[in-house]
Design a protein around this ligand. Sequence first.
Ligand code: RAT
Ligand code: ZN
Length: 422
Amino acid sequence: MTQPITEKTLQKTVEQVVWDVKATDVHTHLYAPIFGDILLWGFNELVTYHYLIAEAMRWVDIPYDEYWQKTKVEQADLIWQTLFLENTPYSEACRGVLTTLDKLGLDVASRDIKGYREYFNDKQLDEYVDEVFELANLKTVVMTNDPFNSKERHVWLEKLKAGEQELDPRFRAALRLDMLLCSWEKSWHQLKEWGFDVTPELNGQTVGEVQRFLREWIQIMNPVYMAVSLTYDFMLPEKSAQSELIERCVIPVSREMNVPFALMVGVKRQLNPGLKDAGDGVGKMDMASLDYLCSQYPHNKFLVTLLARENQHELAVLARKFRNLMPFGCWWFLNNPSLIEEITSMRLELLGNSVILQHSDARVLDQLIYKWAHSRQLIAEILVRKYQDVMATGWVLTEAEIRQDVEKLMGGNLWSFLERKL
Ligand code: RAT
Ligand code: ZN
């Protein structure tokens, strides 16, 4: 039995545990080194993150195309000049670059962009991956894997499936289904080319073939879950290829193979196409679709993150009703301190420990360092307040109990969710 926590030791203990527990990052856009140059890393990638492009473009007066025609180094120079030198870089995405450089041991005060670049030039990727995992204190990172992406496909089929090489076990796959579910008018052609006997109409034969496609890729990738990002106006059930593909193909295979279905809902796609990846917006969704999924398919597992702040309370309430629903993370435009604070506190109050508090959404390897540092700082602060509240009643806590909570909240709940029998 460890020592009971006192008012005096609480803060230090919680901070220690939160920084000490190795997290599972349930959603990123990172890749294991075997995937080659689609794994982004280094100074220029950090500074040209699409979150920063959106911020910089508010200041610069050049046409968007002119920005895209610049080299990566020129783009990074422009963003650095605009957001870090002509303004104080306190937006969350800017601050993230500084936290990353600082934690890597670089002198942020020097503003020595040449030196930062040189520092990354000297890195060996394999060793650097170890260093980043160490600094971010991560156990596992879940990637986003698109079977329709030819670069990725090649690695899955020619290197991994063929058994030529193995996947670094710290990286796990997520079978991303955006192309299949959101662009059926194109994806069915592609399936046909790959030898699946499909037609644009979702008849019995085609449904069976799409299921076969999913099963095959589940075999190849061994994904933790299947996932899709859906627009704010997503409706289910409805008469659309997307809705039918979800209900007739994804849901049955997800149940049969115990691979949860992750829904990320709330994007307003390409509100400003000139900004490319930075051009998506946010909209409120109608929660009736999620009510329907959770109640209609009680033996299916759903991981859900929503983009609109306005949907967060309903999501937490829905999770109280349905144990087949696991909310995760503060996604994209919500991954800012003020909103993480609000959403995380509300989730702990409504759901206790039965939620996955954060994911990074990192697109650049190095971002793991800041995203997890910033999240841990907030999670520790929020938990201290929650523990203070229970301790005020006379309840006695131990460090082991705090650790048990934090393990679950920082991704442990993903693994136990997979094991549950519903
Ligand atoms: O957060 C992001 O970087 C977005 O551009 C999206 O990638 C989003 O997270 C997604 O997974 O669709
Ligand atoms: Zn993402």
